[in-house]
Design a protein around this ligand. Structure first.
Ligand code: HAM
Length: 520
């Protein structure tokens, strides 16, 4: 059977139509796919961007309101208590020469070994070092620098050219973010000749410290301390006892209850070296039963083995010689007198012969305060005596004792026990309506703020309902309603948001009423 040429053409046309149709479908599908891919790509980019959002660096954190109010209250309470004991505040630099910490904290202390944030900085004296080790020192005089910026720029240019043309390198000064502040206080004591001041020098400080530790609950890389130090000629145990009394009075006032004060004496340069040697020998005997950290410490700092929390090491450590049996007569008498002084003040304590503390500068009294409910990072304060530190840093023979409270941990503990004070919060929300009432709103807001009240004034006009809704969400105690009627009658409507009770008051009545409420 032969096909009709017309039918053939029709079949061909149909085929082409189907091909075109398929092509169109494929194009649509491809476009859809491309769109989906583009969408996925955009999504992936958005995710990537979100992941790249700036975040606080590991181990650091923001302290936000209302929590920051608890911090301020905690610090204010410390100021109040410490000043009652005649301590004055010292504000210290955040960074110091690395050498200051290396010398005072001790090269073997863990804080120095691995935890310091150190960097190189060009000192105010610019030192150019010759490659053969000889030094060319070019001093940039402070007065010159302040008076003449152009001169300084020329000098820096000259230095850069000297460096380039001669292969000489500018020497940087190693500096470190402070891991603690006792070394800085000792440095300041020497630098400002405080030994010439009458009586003991009693200083307190507060602020951030930096240690590159593994972050966990209660342990941060930037953390905060409140510390106090007494420096002077006397090492009377009454000083140690008064420092401890002040610390505990503060903790009590700040609601940091359920704490234990642990004390110890780790001897001085007359008796500690022999004890450390004895400890080292005994540790050598049991070396094989100890973990890697303790084994390393036998050589570097045997006292730190006593700090170990490794369960399998505990029975071994319990059998080691105890410092209390090896104190010299003076150290023994000092420790006995300290305990008498604590008893006199009604201060409860526990003796802990293993309390040796991590920093090398300690002599005789060491102590820690432990708080319940903080897990492994439960020391809220550490301190002790450091009679040789000032001399070690090049100052006159000086006795010293002090402590540092870990603010982060203390506040965690206070909050966990529900002892943190409730923040005062917002007293008055000024719900103004109509532009005619705005000037009165601005003026009365200023008056109420001057009277010590916390007041929120919305910057733009809002519908009445929305305004009151926001007042409620912000936790305001009162809404001050101010519309054209109030402005015309020179009165204010004060609404207590808890029970919706409303009062119409004159300005004088309003101020009197809110002030009396504040005092309650
Ligand atoms: P410390 O024992 O190294 O002593 O620190 C004192 C307190 O700071 C600790 O008990 C703890 O509460 C807190 N703390 C230490 N490291 C961290 C961290 N990474 N994160 C959170 N809190 C931390 C000293 O610093 C000595 N300067 C104390 C002193 C003053 N000794 C004599 N005078």
């Amino acid at each position: 059977m032969t096909e009709n040429p017309n039918d053939q053409e029709k079949a061909l046309a149909k085929l082409r139509e189907r091909e075109l149709d398929d092509q169109a479908k494929a194009d649509t599908k491809r476009a859809q796919l491309e769109q989906a891919e583009a969408h996925d790509l955009a999504k992936a980019r958005a995710i990537e961007q979100a992941q790249h959002r700036f975040r606080a660096i590991k181990g650091t954190r923001d302290i936000l309101p209302p929590n920051s109010a608890v911090w301020n209250w905690f610090e204010d309470t410390a100021r109040e208590v410490f000043e009652a004991y005649n301590f004055g505040e010292i504000r210290l630099p955040i960074f110091e020469q690395t050498e200051l910490f290396a010398r005072s904290i001790g090269l073997q202390a863990d804080a120095i070994n691995k935890e310091m944030y150190s960097f190189e900085d060009r000192g105010s004296d610019v030192i150019v070092k010759r490659s053969d080790g000889g030094l060319i020192v070019i001093e940039v005089k402070e007065s010159l620098r302040l008076r003449d910026n152009e001169m300084r720029a020329q000098l820096e240019d000259l230095l850069a050219r000297v460096e380039r043309s001669s292969g000489l390198a500018a020497m940087a000064e190693p500096v470190t973010l402070r891991p603690e502040a006792t070394a800085s206080v000792a440095r300041a004591y020497i630098e400002h000749n405080m030994q010439a001041l009458p009586g003991n020098t009693k200083l307190y400080y507060m602020g951030p410290m930096f240690r590159r530790e593994r972050p966990q609950k209660g342990r941060y890389r930037q953390f905060y301390q409140i510390g106090a130090e007494v420096l002077g000629q006397s090492d009377a145990p009454a000083i140690d006892a008064e420092v401890l009394e002040m610390l505990l009075v503060f903790f009590n006032r700040a609601g940091l209850t359920r704490t234990t004060l642990c004390i110890n004496s780790i001897g001085d340069k007359n008796c500690r070296p022999q004890y450390v040697e004895l400890l080292r020998q005994e540790l050598q005997r049991v070396k094989d039963q100890l973990g890697a950290d303790s084994q390393r410490r036998i050589e570097t700092n045997p006292l730190r083995v006593l700090d170990s929390k490794v369960p399998s090491e505990q029975p071994i450590i319990e059998k080691l010689p105890r410092i209390s049996d090896h104190l010299c007569d003076d150290c023994r008498a000092h420790f006995a007198k300290l305990k008498d002084e604590l008893n006199l003040r009604g201060i409860q304590y526990e003796e802990n012969w293993r309390l040796v503390r991590g920093l090398d500068y300690y002599t005789r009294t060491t102590f820690e305060v432990i708080a319940e409910g903080l897990g492994s990072q439960n020391a809220v304060c550490g301190g002790g005596r450091y009679d040789g530190l000032v001399e070690l840093l090049g100052g006159p023979p000086t006795k010293g004792i002090g402590f540092a409270i870990g603010t982060d941990r203390s506040i965690l503990s206070i909050e966990e026990t529900g002892n943190a004070p409730a923040p005062d919060g917002l007293s008055v929300y000024v719900a103004w309506m109509g532009l005619a009432s705005y000037p009165t709103a601005v003026w009365i807001t200023r008056k109420l703020r001057d009277a010590g009240l916390t007041v929120e004034l919305p910057p733009e006009e809002m519908k009445f309902k929305k305004s009151l809704g926001l007042a409620d969400k912000l936790g305001a105690r009162y809404a001050l309603i101010l519309g054209e009627d109030e402005v015309a009658s020179r009165t204010f409507t004060l609404k207590r948001l808890a029970d919706a009770e409303q009062k119409k008051l004159t300005e004088a009545e309003l101020l009197e009423y809110l002030e009396s409420e504040r005092r309650r």
